[in-house]
Design a protein around this ligand. Structure first.
Ligand code: PMP
Length: 363
């Protein structure tokens, strides 16, 4: 993190910590260094701040944005919108975010507080239907003077932002942490696990790992059951059309910025809502990290990859391996969602809760 005064909040985008998840690793009998890249600690609260900043700055360099006139319009599951609204609040551009109904009220509230207009669209609309979040953004852009869609699904600055920032930060943290007798380390990033929405995160991080660091690094994509991003296609067909609650990952089309080439994403794992939310609960209780739903998908994907390989076996020896799970956002975005309230409010009463009620009854 910077130690000098920053010009504005954009200076606090990225530079997130890589944090050991030792207790979770131990719970699963894993000897590897299980590490979380904790993106909710970025200024706008998610991994998508990085691409919002990069796309706005690139458009400015190309002379496409005009303060006081431009209207940045973007279809998003919310976090790219929050990053854009933050950047545009600072720089003086108007923002309209189109977002499917399933996305949380918390994201809409954050967007509105940052000065953005928010248009909700039917979750079930196909991506290329005029009423989808993508279709509505395109209609608005055609009619609104100075309207511009930076287009995270196609913009090269989306994967590039991760290739230039998220990936190198992970490499730096791993390579600058020494191997010790009690915590052996291979000295390199061996496995990265990330969910895919636009696919910018996984594609960009993979390029950083394989080009700049360790060509042998294994990159594991996590795709929710009901989405079609995973390969081989047979992984997707079993649950085709299934609705899922986790936000920000999975799609009904393949975004241009997602590289499904095996050179970039070595293998895919499907995730379920139940597994994802159980992993969120585990990470909160054991590691004290207030992550969001797709972080649970990423973490459960990492654990599944390590413990239930295709042959139904565990990865033989994980000692010294550095396994990174990307944790894309925080629980701020989901405070009112039933799945989170269930975790927070309906937990089994602890011995301490019983003691409290005994004490209070005796007063
Ligand atoms: N998790 C959350 C919460 C997100 O908002 C996103 C962005 N859609 C992702 C994961 C996936 O990131 P990407 O678009 O880079 O694949």
């Amino acid at each position: 993190m910077a130690t000098q005064i920053l010009d504005n909040a954009l200076g606090a985008v990225g530079h997130t910590p890589l944090i050991r998840l030792d207790k979770i690793a131990k719970l699963h009998g894993l000897k590897c260094n299980l590490l979380g890249k904790v993106e909710y600690m970025s200024a706008g609260g998610s991994v998508k701040d990085r691409i919002a900043k990069a796309m706005v700055e690139a458009a400015e360099k190309e002379g496409k944005l005009f303060p006081g006139k431009s209207v940045v319009i973007e279809p998003t599951s919310g976090n790219t919108g929050i990053g854009l609204a933050m950047a545009c609040a600072i720089k003086g551009y108007s923002v309209i975010i189109t977002m499917p109904n399933k996305m949380s009220l918390e994201k809409e509230a954050a967007l509105r507080a940052l000065g953005a207009e928010v248009v909700r669209t039917p979750t079930e609309a196909a991506w290329d239907a005029p009423e989808s979040h993508i279709g509505v953004a395109q209609r608005l852009q055609r009619e609104i003077p100075y309207g511009i869609i930076l287009d995270q699904y196609r913009n090269v600055n989306n994967p590039l932002a991760h290739e230039l920032t998220t990936g190198p930060e992970i490499i730096e943290a791993v390579t600058s942490t020494p191997s010790t007798a009690s915590r052996p380390s291979s000295g390199k990033v061996d496995v990265v696990v990330a969910g895919a929405g636009t696919g910018g995160t996984i594609t960009g991080i993979s390029r950083a790992m394989k080009k700049q660091h360790n060509p042998e690094c294994i990159v594991v994509g996590v795709d929710p059951k009901g989405s079609i991003l995973a390969l081989p296609e047979s992984l997707n067909t079993a649950d085709e059309g299934l609705a899922y609650v986790v936000e920000g990952i999975g799609y009904d089309f393949i975004p241009d910025v997602l590289s499904r080439d095996v050179k970039d994403v070595d293998t895919w794992i499907k995730s379920s809502d139940d597994e994802s939310f159980a992993a969120v609960q585990a990470i909160m209780k054991n590691e004290g990290l207030l992550v969001g739903g797709s972080s649970g998908s990423s973490l459960s994907g990492a654990i599944n990859w390590l413990t239930k390989t295709e042959a139904g076996k565990r990865v033989a020896n994980t000692e010294g391996l550095n396994v990174v799970a990307v944790l894309p956002d925080g629980i701020r975005n989901y405070m009112s969602k039933p799945w989170f309230l269930k975790i927070a409010m309906e937990a089994e009463p602890s011995p301490l809760a019983l003691t409290i009620s005994k004490v209070l009854q005796s007063v």
